[in-house]
Write a protein of this length. Structure first.
Length: 311
């Protein structure tokens, strides 16, 4: 057992209209809806999970659709962009595809030597596709509208804005990250040998405005741990650093611990198991509204409060 994390488990974002959210990630980006559930702390809203064909940890981008929430804005103390991995050569496919679908696309960039295409989702979330040949767990989704060779393979990194770099760097070191490089004002840190899905990038903006949650803004970043024993070992290290992690919370598909890192970004520790197939056939993931057992008695009331996704 180690007492460090092993990369990105998932990223959770606040979205606007859930129908638009589903259409964009499922149809435009070709990601599989692997779990259709509700926010366990606010079950009158969906929690939608998009991932690779198997719902592997690290491939998972999830959303709380709160269309009536006041607008937020990116700023310090938030994860401000979610770059995702695609195979080398894929941007030549994605650039015309995104433009054809009316997506706001930025110019192709090189970041840390990696070809990168930044773009924005319908609700303002900053995303990017990063070409990489790094080895990672990835199962293609055979029913995707995107050909297998171009499919999104998972989270490549996350980008954080911080008012002060040093306190966040110290926390990342506690989690097992080490600094590997700098590029255009960004500091890159890697864990567990590095590579796609095992990195985080931080930019220090001393006079930056503090960000605020709203549609199109990242809610939290979850880091992988193998199991409960490892999760609680990391939790103890975080507590010893003077932060205030929660106890372990059962999310049914994984177990979670939450805390804010020194700069304000909400972090989660999430176990790799038991995974999304614990309560659904792997071939039928995301087809039905799935509730954890403790919410099942209220299913009728919960379903009545949720909008039709128009599937």
């Amino acid at each position: 057992m180690s007492d460090t994390v092993h990369g990105i488990h998932h990223v959770t974002v606040i979205a606007g209209d859930p129908v638009e959210n589903l259409a964009f990630y499922n149809k435009t980006l070709g990601m599989r809806l692997v779990k259709k559930s509700v926010n366990q702390d606010a079950p009158d809203t969906y929690h939608l999970f998009f991932a690779d064909g198997a719902g592997n940890p690290g491939s998972d981008l999830t959303f709380f659709p709160w269309p009536k929430m006041s607008p937020g804005f990116n700023g310090v103390g938030l994860a401000t962009e979610v770059p995702m991995a695609v195979s080398v050569g894929s941007i030549d496919y994605w650039l015309p595809r995104l433009k054809e679908h009316g997506v706001e696309v930025g110019p192709v960039e090189e970041r840390f030597g990696e070809k990168t295409l930044p773009f924005t989702d319908p609700h303002g979330l900053r995303l990017a596709l990063v070409e990489t040949n790094d080895e990672r767990d990835f199962v293609p989704w055979q029913d995707s509208p995107v050909p297998v060779e171009y499919q999104i393979q998972g989270m490549h990194t996350v980008r954080l804005w911080e008012r002060e770099l040093a306190p966040t760097e110290k926390l990342l070191n506690i989690l097992g990250f080490t600094k590997t490089s700098e590029d255009k004002g960004w500091h890159r840190y890697a864990v567990d040998g590095g590579g796609s899905g095992k990195i985080v990038e931080v930019r220090e903006i001393p006079e930056g405005r503090r960000g605020m949650w709203g549609p199109g803004i990242v809610h939290h970043v979850a880091w992988r741990v193998n199991d409960t024993e490892e999760e609680m070992a990391v939790q103890r290290k975080v507590a010893a650093a003077g932060l205030a992690p929660t106890g372990q919370i059962d999310r049914f598909w994984f177990k979670s611990v939450y805390f804010k890192e020194p700069g304000g970004v909400l972090f989660e520790l999430a176990t790799d198991g038991p995974g999304f197939s614990v309560d659904e056939d792997p071939d039928k993931l995301g087809e039905q509204l799935i509730l954890p057992p403790w919410l099942e008695p209220g299913r009728a009331e919960i379903e009545a409060a949720l909008p039709d996704l128009g599937e």
